[in-house]
Design a protein around this ligand. Structure first.
Ligand SMILES: Cc1cc2nc3c(=O)[nH]c(=O)nc-3n(C[C@H](O)[C@H](O)[C@H](O)COP(=O)(O)OP(=O)(O)OC[C@H]3O[C@@H](n4cnc5c(N)ncnc54)[C@H](O)[C@@H]3O)c2cc1C
Length: 293
């Protein structure tokens, strides 16, 4: 099917994009990689009157560390993350995710920020961003604000972005030497959306006890879900087989999936536990904890 009629504006600077968004209000949508928006328009699930194309804005294509964060610009492609030596060496959870999103063709154009703004319940970046406690930077003609990922992901395909606003970057806290993470995804075949996914980020104290935990699951509810009860029981405890099993049980309880051609509710809830357990084992291994595999 062809999209409904729309106008198209190419923005060459952030100011140009913000002016276009301000003048068209809720009728305008930002076009980033187009990997979700264009199919949605072709199925007439989205009918924006105006597309504001931010792809020419070179200043939004960045991947850099700054002030304790990894900053990923709104025009930074998934592929740039996949091949980045910085990501490979310092951000294992993000590296895990970058090779599991869609397929190489989609990753050439799709963006992390676009994925977060789309907020597909089965999207991979929302899960990882929750575990990492990411922040998003939003700008409009009237200023800039920073929103935590928990507040940003409002509901299925709904975010905190207001009319006239755009996201300029997502920030992931830079892990210290005692922090590692991992991401797991179960898919029917390579390139498919997740049947279930899990991301885990753990900080170990010098005494071997966990001092920080981020646990999230994806494709298991109306949006990516934080497994807060698993985080609570992890912090203050020492890594163990029993602890992993308890955290996995919390993930099963938090999961709220629907049945579809990827699996039944019972199966998907079980997979929440399996994937959180795998992500925890890998994360502990990356932290040098032995004997939990
Ligand atoms: C065949 C196929 C398979 C896929 N498989 C997966 C998968 O396995 N896992 C997965 O996670 N994703 C998957 N995707 C989705 C893919 O990752 C998309 O690229 C991503 O979800 C959207 O990124 P984008 O840059 O293309 O955004 P776009 O499609 O350009 O935009 C998506 C939405 O976000 C809004 N938006 C984009 N950027 C901004 C911004 N800076 N500020 C405000 N709003 C903005 C747009 O207006 C639109 O509403 C798949 C897509 C395809 C086509």
């Amino acid at each position: 099917m062809f999209p409904a009629q729309f106008d198209y504006q190419r923005a060459h600077s952030i100011d140009e994009a913000l002016s276009a968004l301000a003048s068209h209000g809720g009728d305008a949508r930002v076009l980033a990689g187009g990997q979700s928006l264009i199919p949605a328009m072709r199925f007439r699930l989205a009918r924006p009157a105006v597309l504001v194309d931010i792809n020419p804005i070179d200043e939004l294509a960045f991947l850099r560390e700054s002030n304790g964060f990894l900053c990923v610009g709104a025009c930074t492609r998934d592929y740039a993350i996949e091949v980045s030596p910085l990501i490979a060496s310092r951000y294992p959870m993000i590296a895990d995710t970058s090779v599991l999103v869609a397929d190489p063709v989609v990753r050439q154009t799709g963006t992390v920020v676009g994925s977060l703004c789309h907020n597909d319940p089965a999207g991979d970046w929302p899960t990882t961003s929750l575990a990492a406690r990411a922040q998003l930077v939003l700008r409009s003609k009237s200023g800039e604000r920073t929103v935590s990922i928990d507040d940003f992901l409002v509901d299925s395909y709904t975010t905190a972005v207001k009319d006239g606003e755009m996201v300029t970057e997502v920030r992931f806290p830079t892990p210290d030497d005692r922090t590692r993470g991992s991401f797991y995804k179960m898919e029917r075949k390579v390139g498919d959306f997740a049947t279930a996914s899990a991301a885990v980020r753990i900080t170990l104290g010098a005494d071997g006890k966990i001092t920080g935990a981020g646990v999230a699951i994806g494709a298991l509810g109306p949006k990516a879900l934080r497994v807060g009860d698993a985080e609570k029981l992890l912090v203050g405890a020492k890594p163990s087989v029993d602890l992993i099993a308890s955290a996995a049980r919390e993930a099963e309880k938090t999961a709220d999936p629907g049945a579809d051609n990827r699996g039944s509710v019972t199966y998907k809830k079980a997979m929440a536990g399996v994937l959180v357990a795998r992500a925890l084992r890998t994360t502990f291994e990356r932290l040098g904890v032995k004997g939990l595999a």
